[in-house]
Design a protein around this ligand. Structure first.
Ligand code: FAD
Length: 404
């Protein structure tokens, strides 16, 4: 923990694995822990094991750039993410634990007429469902972010999509808050416990096989982000998930100069300043599929070039850290949530580069799904795996890209 964040996170000592649980959740990232939290707090289900092959919150939950927003394109997406942003706003109160939520707004830059048209549509859809998003012109952008270069290279900024509800939160604290709340109610969180295989009888899941033995279970929630396709393969569940690394990096600290999050779809780069003064930036996924969390020089060079176009003074900034996560991308840039072809095996997958912001609403809706024995909540019904065979994709590609 940094000295800026002197909070102790008390979790009970790990228990022995029991032979059986009502619910097994695979993955102690934000999504798995949130599901355990809402199940235990709001549905009275506490005989739960969260199994984590590494350490709590050490997957993409620890690696993301913490962008929270709801300015998507489809009505299905906007309704879902708006609910999540609302939950984020109250999460510190819910936990009685500071997740450092900062609702400072997100600005996305349009460099072409086509993007301006698409942004108008996003602003209207967002407003229709109660979000706060509007189009702003160059002068308003200049006032909002005085240090931004409005004429980068050959692609001047034409307008901006100003999403007042955009923000960030400390991602580790979100995982810790959910873990503390779930553990307090009796949920067992077992780190260094990898699910390696399954026992299925007929069409029903019966047990998971781990490096610490076989565990019987009433049902299973899969919330493993980057390795979703690997576990689904073991159960022969077919899903159009492709797996790519996504990198991000952070500079030395600077005096505060940037309040909103700023993102450019044409430069494929987004920039934000943390409360410690560091500048975080990221972009799109690596251009080839891989299950690996290494960083590469070519990505750093191209991303830095874009960041310097946006904020020329950053040419002198020193990089302090870089990292990557493994992302499970779907063709329509929407998640895969809900039922699977195996009875009692529930999916929270396909979270790609955009799933941190959905952590609270995923936990809440996945808990409702489990507690009801498989009744899919209306909010996540559009994201079912079967949408790909019904040709009913929820296309958020244009609203995701480099903004996450
Ligand atoms: P994770 O946090 O990855 O948790 C899954 C856990 O499952 C891991 O801890 C893993 O160790 C464990 N696991 C895997 N396999 C097994 C197994 N077989 N047995 C037991 N445990 C297993 N999203 C946003 O909304 N905003 C952003 O700004 C943003 N930026 C991002 C930037 C980067 C660089 C990256 C990599 C991602 C970004 N994302 C962003 C995406 C976001 O981080 C993820 O979608 C989200 O964190 C997924 O949460 P999760 O709990 O499902 O997964």
């Amino acid at each position: 923990l940094s000295s800026e964040y002197p909070v102790e996170v008390d979790l009970p000592a790990p228990e022995e694995l029991k032979a059986s649980y009502d619910v097994v959740i695979i993955g102690a990232g934000g999504h798995g822990l949130a599901t355990a939290y809402y199940l235990s707090k709001y549905h009275g289900i506490t005989n739960i094991a969260v199994l984590e092959k590494g350490y709590l919150g050490g997957g993409n939950t620890a690696r993301n750039t913490a962008v929270i927003r709801s300015n998507y394109l489809t009505s299905e997406g906007v309704k879902f993410y708006i609910e999540s942003v609302r939950m984020f706003e109250n999460l510190s109160n819910e936990f009685d634990f500071n997740i450092m939520y900062s609702g400072r707004g997100q600005l996305t830059l349009a460099h072409t007429d086509a993007t301006v048209r698409a942004f108008r549509q996003r602003a209207e859809v967002n407003k229709h469902f109660g979000g706060r998003t509007e189009m702003i012109d160059r002068q308003q952008i200049r006032e909002l972010v005085p240090s931004l270069n409005l004429d980068p290279g050959q692609i001047p900024v034409l307008a901006g999509l100003w999403h007042i509800d955009g923000g960030t939160a400390r991602h580790d604290a979100v995982a810790w808050g959910y873990a503390k709340g779930a553990a307090k109610r009796g949920v067992e969180i077992h780190q260094l416990t990898e699910v390696q295989d399954f026992v299925v009888e007929g069409d029903r899941i019966r047990a998971v096989k781990t490096n610490r033995g076989t565990i019987q279970c009433g049902c299973v929630v899969q919330a493993v982000a980057g390795t979703s396709s690997l576990l689904m393969n073991k159960l022969n569940i077919k899903a159009p998930i492709h797996t790519y690394p996504l990198q991000a990096m952070v500079t030395q600290p600077f005096k505060p100069f940037l309040d909103p999050l700023v993102s450019s779809s044409a430069l494929h780069c987004y920039v934000q300043q943390t409360s410690r003064g560091e500048i975080v930036f990221g972009g799109g996924s690596d251009p080839y599929p891989l299950y690996n969390t290494r960083s590469t020089l070519d990505l750093k060079e191209s991303l830095l070039a874009s960041a310097v176009e946006m904020f020329p003074f950053m040419a002198n900034a020193k990089l302090m850290r870089q990292w990557a996560g493994i992302t499970d991308m779907t063709p329509d840039y929407s998640p895969i949530m809900g039922l699977s072809p195996i009875d009692g095996y529930y999916l929270d997958a396909g979270w790609g580069t955009w799933g941190f912001k959905a952590t609270p609403i995923c936990g809440k809706t996945m808990a409702e799904l489990v507690a009801s024995g498989g009744k899919v909540p209306e909010l996540i019904a559009p994201f079912g795996l079967d949408r790909f065979s019904r040709f009913q994709q929820v296309n958020e590609m244009g609203a995701t890209a480099a903004s996450h």
